[in-house]
Write a protein that binds this ligand. Structure first.
Ligand SMILES: *Cc1c(COP(=O)(O)O)cnc(C)c1O
Length: 381
């Protein structure tokens, strides 16, 4: 085992000459936006998710916002969602002055617990927005059933789950509309970017219009005719070329992530056996798409001890993070009246989670280094 000090980043994109050339090729053309790369990227995305339409936009957050608008969610409506996620999955509800109604999570999968959804429904509930957190698909059968039963819209935030499967069906195919995201720490990147996925022609058309200043479709409408209030959420052809080249390598990228996850699973097994931590749970009917590798420290450890471990590892060049602090305890949500104790499972989980360095190029030696430092930090508590 190596003891030499090094820096192991929490995440890093995996780019090759292929991506560089794809980007440069676009730069030699006059079509830098709304060009052929956008169409090609969208076609490939729709294929990966097994849906009719993909609408590429400039971020995952923009994609979520368009889903919320496309489903007619508005002021006074309530949307059921998870407190254990990246903040954008709840913010997009606030953008339209609707109310996020958080429901606690399943302590194993860390996803929205379907058993708790019905208890949170009111006559104002309009939709459920569930997240495939860390690349583990949510319980889609149960959620789809509840949505049908109560006439609710359903949104899948698959920003962390490109390439995952639930009972053999790809992530991005659930609900009325779904979202992918392409920030550099995601499974594939466009620098910045996201997409809406849907089988609904009207939703797709609406999202295409809204990302492009509310313009109508087709040339007859004209460039300066705006039919509805829209945004500039366009994704340039430069970004799309990068995304397309990444998507062409998707199997390879996912296989590398799987390799690293299995290395961690193997090397962390003794730590789990000693009762120091728990490795990520993967339900048997799920294909995980590894977004991050998050361990949960044993219940005897406090939040302060977890934070101490993070600091200690960082000081040794091992970048790690406290994915995720619960959304409802973020200052912006506390100001809306949410407080500690509201969602005890999410809170108990969140104070013990620890995301370890995770990307395609980690070597067995890197993983040994991380695990040895983690073990030593835990033993020092
Ligand atoms: C990354 C992410 C987003 C937002 O994506 P951006 O492209 O950063 O706007 C939304 N939801 C979840 C769960 C994410 O992890």
């Amino acid at each position: 085992m190596t003891t030499m000090k090094r820096t192991i980043p929490l995440a890093r994109p995996d780019l090759t000459e292929r991506e560089v050339e794809a980007v440069v090729r676009v730069l030699r053309t006059p079509r830098l936006s709304l060009g052929p790369m956008l169409e090609a990227f969208e076609r490939k995305l729709a294929e990966v998710a097994g849906v009719q339409h993909a609408v590429a936009v400039n971020s995952g957050t923009s994609a979520l916002h368009l889903c919320v608008k496309a489903l007619g969610i508005k002021e006074g409506d309530e949307v059921i969602t998870t407190p254990f996620s990246f903040i954008a999955s709840a913010n997009c509800i606030l953008f339209e002055r609707a109310k996020p109604v958080f429901v606690d999570i399943d302590p194993k999968t860390l996803n929205l617990d379907p058993e708790l959804v019905e208890g949170a429904l009111t006559e104002r509930t309009k939709a459920i927005l569930a997240v495939d957190v860390f690349g583990h698909p949510a319980e889609w059968d149960a959620l789809t059933h509840i949505a049908k039963e109560h006439g609710l819209k359903l949104i899948e935030d698959a920003a962390e789950a490109l390439g995952a499967e639930y009972k053999g069906r790809p992530a991005g195919a659930f609900g009325d509309a779904a979202v992918f995201a392409f920030y550099p720490n995601k499974q594939i990147t466009t620098g910045e970017g996201g997409a809406v996925l849907t089988n609904d022609d009207e939703i797709a058309k609406f999202c295409r219009s809204l990302r492009n200043q509310g313009r109508g479709e087709g040339s007859t409408a004209g460039w300066l005719r705006h039919e509805r209030l829209g945004y500039n959420y366009r994704l340039s052809d430069i970004n799309c070329a990068l995304g397309l080249a990444q998507l062409e390598r998707l199997d390879e990228l996912l296989a590398q992530r799987e390799r690293v996850a299995q290395l961690y699973n193997e090397r962390l097994e003794p730590l789990e056996r000693r009762g120091l931590l728990r490795r990520p749970h993967v339900a048997p009917h799920v294909r995980m798409s590894w977004f991050v590798y998050v361990v949960r420290l044993d219940e005897r450890f406090t939040r302060r001890e977890r934070d101490f471990v993070i600091e200690k590892l960082r000081a040794q060049g091992v970048e790690c993070a406290d994915y995720f602090p619960p959304i409802h305890l973020q200052p912006v949500y506390r100001a809306l009246g949410y407080k500690s104790g509201d969602f005890p499972v999410a809170e108990a989980v969140a104070q013990r989670t620890l995301a370890l360095p995770f990307h395609t190029r980690l070597t067995p030696d890197d993983v040994d280094y991380v695990v040895a430092r983690l073990e030593a930090a835990l033993e020092s508590l």
